[in-house]
Design a protein around this ligand. Sequence first.
Ligand SMILES: [Fe+2]
Length: 169
Amino acid sequence: MTMDVREIYVTALKNTHAVEMQALQIMERQVERLERYPEMEQALRRHIEETHGQRQRLEEALQSLGDSPSALKEGFLGFVGNMMALGHTPAQDEILKNTYANHAFENFEIAAYESLLTISDAAGQQGHRSAFEQSLKEEQAMADAVRKLIRPITERYLSLTVSGAKADR
Ligand SMILES: [Fe+2]
């Protein structure tokens, strides 16, 4: 099968859109459950808002090419999906697993946008470049925020757990 660069670009837009839809699901599910880790809750709420904007940027780019988002391709998020599934299983250390998964997911998104920018350049599609640069910056900021939360969250998890308090989420 031969694909031209424009088709590769459209596929990249659709895949990145699917990633953002997955991101929204993952974050919304966590936000509803979080009770004792307000910093993570706050970071997720802020990033949910940003993600709606990111989704819209991708939809606008697809519409400008006369295309539209499609359903998630089977298996595309298989690796990440398996990792995220860890966080969905009720566990005493749910917060730790979700923190690792959030860190991984944001870095997955960074890779997706770096790649999308490269493909959009190759396709000669500069029109949405600055919009995707903005999305990339937001993913990097969220990845940094999650990274910085790993130690404080682990410390709270430890102190709650050893004092016999509810620590899971
Ligand atoms: Fe993100």
